[in-house]
Design a protein around this ligand. Structure first.
Ligand code: IMP
Length: 201
C-alpha cells in the first residue's frame, strides 16, 4: 500500500498538479478526503509561518503526513508588500482579486522600479519532522493588466525575460515556470529521493 500524504487544500488544481508528479509513490488526500472542513487559521506574519501553521494544524489533529503551501507577491518598491497579505491586499477581510490588482497599480503609479517576485513556501511534516521548500519567479509589474488567462495577479505579473504577463502566457507555460511549480518540484524531488523517510502504515 502506498504511504498517505495529505495536501492541506481542497484546490483541485493543486491536487491534480501534485498527484501527477508524486501520485505513483503516494496516496494523495485532500482536506475533504480526511473530513477536515475547518477554516484553518493563517495568522502568521510570514509565508513560512503560515505554511507551517496549516501543516501543523492537520498533523496535530489527524496524525497524517501533510504539506501546506503559502504564496506571496513581493514588490521591491513597496518593501516586499503585499507579501503575506497578497490574497487580501485591497480588503483585509475578503479576497477580491480585481480590487487587489487595482490597489497594486495605484501604489506603483509613476514608480520606475517595478521589480517583483512571486514566492511560494511549502511546509512538509513527515513523521513529525518539518521541512520547508521554496519556489520563486522574478519579474516586474506591468503598467496595465494584459491577457485573459490565469487568476489573481496574473494579468499584471511579467516573468523576467518573456515580455508577456502570466495571463498572456497561458496555463501550460505558466505552470512550468511558476513559483508554485518550482516549490512543488523541490518537494517532489525530496519525496521521491531514495533516502526520504518511508511513511507506509
Ligand atoms: P495562496 O497562498 O496560494 O492562496 O496564494 C495567495 C494569493 O496570492 C492568492 O489569493 C492570489 O491572489 C495570489 N497568487 C498566488 N499564486 C498566484 C499566481 O500564480 N498568479 C497570480 N496570483 C497568485
Amino acid at each position: 500500500m502506498k504511504p498517505r500524504l495529505v495536501i492541506a487544500t481542497n484546490n483541485a488544481h493543486k491536487l491534480q498538479e501534485i498527484t501527477a508528479i508524486v501520485g505513483d509513490h503516494f496516496d494523495i488526500l485532500s482536506l475533504a478526503d480526511i473530513d477536515c472542513h475547518d477554516d484553518i487559521p493563517e495568522t502568521a506574519d510570514t509565508l513560512e509561518g503560515n505554511a507551517l501553521l496549516k501543516a501543523r494544524y492537520v498533523y496535530e489533529r489527524y496524525g497524517l503526513d501533510v504539506f501546506a503551501d503559502d504564496t506571496g507577491l513581493e514588490v521591491a518598491a513597496l518593501d516586499g508588500r503585499p507579501g503575506v497579505h497578497t490574497a487580501r491586499y485591497a480588503y483585509p477581510d475578503r479576497h477580491d482579486p480585481e480590487a487587489n490588482v487595482v490597489r497594486l497599480l495605484e501604489e506603483l503609479h509613476e514608480k520606475n522600479d517595478r521589480r517583483a517576485q512571486f514566492r511560494t513556501i511549502i511546509a512538509l511534516i513527515q513523521q513529525g519532522e518539518e521541512h520547508l521548500f521554496e519556489g520563486k519567479v522574478e519579474g516586474c509589474i506591468a503598467i496595465a493588466p494584459r491577457g485573459t488567462g490565469g487568476f489573481g495577479y496574473d494579468p499584471v505579473f511579467e516573468p523576467e525575460g518573456l515580455g508577456k504577463t502570466f495571463a498572456e502566457l497561458g496555463t501550460d507555460v505558466k505552470n512550468r515556470l511558476s513559483h508554485r511549480a518550482r516549490a512543488v518540484q523541490q518537494l517532489c524531488r525530496y519525496l521521491t529521493a531514495s533516502d526520504a523517510p518511508a511513511t507506509a502504515e
